[in-house]
Ligand binder design. Structure first.
Ligand code: NAP
Length: 305
């Protein structure tokens, strides 16, 4: 039976990383923050007193030294750091790390091979492919991938969900009834901690977590009910959004990602809500959260309620 007590977190200074560090600490893991030598933003974002290692991510030896004594490595690096994870995987194996969690934390990248969106997230797909190969060669080493769907509380705060309370409008793709996967950032941190607390059940699996599956219509209904504001609906077609994305990607414009993501989540029949058989919540007993409560607490924080 594998036991994980020490965890190194790469990229713990970004949007998601601090929540993972916090939840790992709360769950009793001994955490080391690994940050790039060249990073300018790390120290203030790590909790006070955390063990921090500054490392050259291009150096196998430096990464191996940073991973010595670590049972697990959790990578939360942002997009530009995704390819750098390959050398981190090699260094983790060499250092005797038992579990590597790569920087996935979005859509389930196992399910989009051959789709236009895969042109943009090919780096993530390649790292999970590589982890599968390495784990076969080194049975003492294992990996877990975690899809989270949309960062829901983060998107609420950034105003990037498809409603606008100032204009009293909301946009709906297709019928608005398709369910999609969404996670609040602390929930993702709790999921990572729960995975590392259940290393045997989660070894060499690509899992998903969610605070909830929701539809666009459910979200609009909750916002309208809590605020008493009636939103004017703008109707959009997923085929138009897909076409716009394909035109962008043909020009090398990676903002196509947002178009593809909307179609992936919202198009009628997309089928990308978190399924019970892929759910870390189901496998290791992690409770789901409540959409209404999440939106209510955001509205209270934003001073709307
Ligand atoms: N599902 C969603 O809605 C959603 C939204 C956003 C992001 N994501 C995903 O979540 C993961 C984390 O994203 P994030 O937004 O938290 O990331 P981020 O804030 O952009 O970056 C996280 C950390 O990565 C490190 N980093 C930056 N550039 C790097 C490079 N070139 N090489 C190595 N490390 C680098 C930095 O840490 P140091 O400076 O300490 O080295 C940075 O603080 C990614 O996989 C991303 O695709 C998902």
């Amino acid at each position: 039976m594998v036991s994980i007590k020490t965890v190194a977190v790469l990229g713990g200074t970004g949007n998601l990383g601090p929540f993972i560090v916090q939840e790992l600490l709360s769950a009793g893991f001994s955490v080391t923050g690994v940050t790039r030598e060249a990073s300018t933003n790390s120290t203030p974002k790590f909790p006070e007193g955390l063990d921090i290692k500054r490392v050259d991510y291009t150096s196998f030896d430096a990464l191996k030294a940073a991973f010595e004594g670590q049972d697990a490595v959790v990578s939360v690096v942002g997009g530009p750091g995704v390819p750098a994870q390959k050398i981190a995987v090699d260094a983790a194996v060499a250092a005797g790390v038992k579990r590597f969690i790569p920087s996935e934390f979005g859509i389930n990248t196992r399910n989009v091979r051959g789709q236009p969106i895969a042109k943009i997230i090919g780096g993530k797909i390649a790292i999970v492919d590589y982890l599968q190969e390495v784990a076969k060669e080194h049975p003492e080493f294992s990996w877990t991938g975690l899809s989270t769907g949309l960062f829901f509380d983060w998107a609420l705060e950034r105003g990037t969900l498809s409603f606008n309370l100032k204009d009293k409008t909301a946009s709906i793709v297709d019928s608005g009834n398709e369910k999609w996967q969404a996670s609040n950032l602390p929930q993702i941190g709790k999921s990572v901690a729960a995975i590392l607390n259940h290393p045997d059940e989660t070894a060499n699996k690509y899992l998903g977590t969610a605070s909830f599956n929701l539809s666009q219509n459910e979200l609009i209904g909750v916002v309208e009910e809590l605020t008493g504001v009636k939103l004017a609906i703008i109707h959009l077609k997923s085929e138009d959004i897909q076409k716009a994305g394909e035109e962008k990607i043909a020009q090398g414009d990676f903002r196509a990602f947002l178009d593809f993501l909307r179609v992936h989540n919202f198009a009628d029949g997309a089928g990308n809500a978190l399924k019970a058989e892929e759910s870390a919540n189901e496998l290791i007993g992690l409770p789901y959260e409540d959409l209404r409560e999440t939106v209510k607490s955001w509205l209270e924080k934003a001073g709307v309620l």
